[in-house]
Design a protein around this ligand. Structure first.
Ligand SMILES: C[S@@+](CC[C@H](N)C(=O)[O-])C[C@H]1O[C@@H](n2cnc3c(N)ncnc32)[C@H](O)[C@@H]1O
Length: 282
């Protein structure tokens, strides 16, 4: 069931306040490395979180395969902009990093300026449920582990369809529940991210199909979701005292608990994750 407008707006407000908070900013900067804050692709269980997370960007870019220097990319929920800088450096394309959090956007601007990419990577403060700009502007819409935060995911997908050019590509990752996940079992996971549902592969297939998209591929890597949350939890445990200093004991305790719920959800077969690639009809 789509949420009512006020409910979706309340979710957005809570998410914005969370990502703008000092605690969250310190946590993501310190534990994740402050460039990429999504699920990593691990070659060994001891991989550094930042290295594994950077690897995911390379994997998602490989799914897109090729971008021309005059292609324009929109990154939805861009965090600190690591993917945008990678794409601009690798392909020379222009990337609009759309994100709700001013705190993250500021860090994105500083990192982008330092990398000498400010002419190609643009930071836009906005809600992806209402994307600013004209129709058919982008060749690629990209998103990593962000759409889960929406209380109006159908609207996000309609906006993606609106701003993509005919034949344009939508590549994204999103932690999802499995299509056959029983009701209520994910409540502990959902409570931590202030939502009442996760999307599922079936949700994306149905809604994007109805919007005229064709599925190109789904590279399913649920094991990496499990690896990632377990690894982040282990790193946070190892740096517990320092992170309690930075983020406070409540934040750290809740985060450790929350990460444990993600690991359990994956172990029980209720969660899934991977790289989706869709193409909009010509
Ligand atoms: C887990 S982080 C992922 C960040 C980035 N995609 C990455 O992979 O490094 C989720 C991101 O989604 C953004 N976000 C959540 N809800 C949003 C909304 N309604 N509109 C725009 N951005 C949103 C958050 O601010 C945050 O940057």
């Amino acid at each position: 069931m789509p949420r009512s407008e006020p409910d979706a707006a309340a979710v957005t407000e809570t998410t914005e306040a969370y990502y703008d908070s000092d605690e969250a900013d310190s946590f993501y900067a310190e534990i994740w490395g402050g460039e990429d804050i999504h699920i990593g692709v691990y070659e060994t269980k001891d991989d550094d979180v930042a290295t594994a997370s950077a690897r995911t960007v390379v994997r998602v870019a490989a799914a897109v395969d090729f971008l021309a220097a005059d292609d324009r990319v929109l990154d939805l929920g861009a965090g600190y902009g690591g993917a945008g800088r990678y794409l601009a450096t690798r392909f020379g394309c222009e990337v609009d990093c759309l994100n709700l959090s001013d705190v993250q956007n500021e860090r994105n601007r500083i990192l982008t300026e330092k990398a000498g990419l400010a002419d190609r990577v643009h930071v836009v403060h906005a809600n992806f449920e209402s994307i600013p700009g004209p129709d058919a502007r982008y060749d690629v819409v990209w998103s990593q582990d962000a759409i889960l935060h929406s209380g109006a995911r159908e609207r996000v997908l309609s906006e993606v369809a609106r701003v993509l050019k005919p034949g344009g590509r939508f590549v994204f990752t999103d932690p999802m529940q499995t299509d056959d996940c029983p009701p209520d079992v994910l409540q502990p996971v959902l409570d931590r991210i202030h939502l009442d549902s996760l999307a599922s592969p079936g949700f994306y297939r149905k809604n994007l199909g109805a919007l005229g998209f064709e599925e190109v591929a789904f590279d399913e890597m649920t094991d990496q979701l499990r690896n990632h949350y377990a690894r982040v939890r282990q790193v946070l445990e190892g740096r517990r005292d320092e992170m309690v200093e930075r983020c406070g004991p409540d934040y750290v305790t809740r985060m450790l608990e929350g990460l444990g719920h993600w690991v359990n959800g994956a172990d029980r077969g209720h969660l899934t994750w991977g790289i989706f690639h869709f193409r909009k009809a010509r």
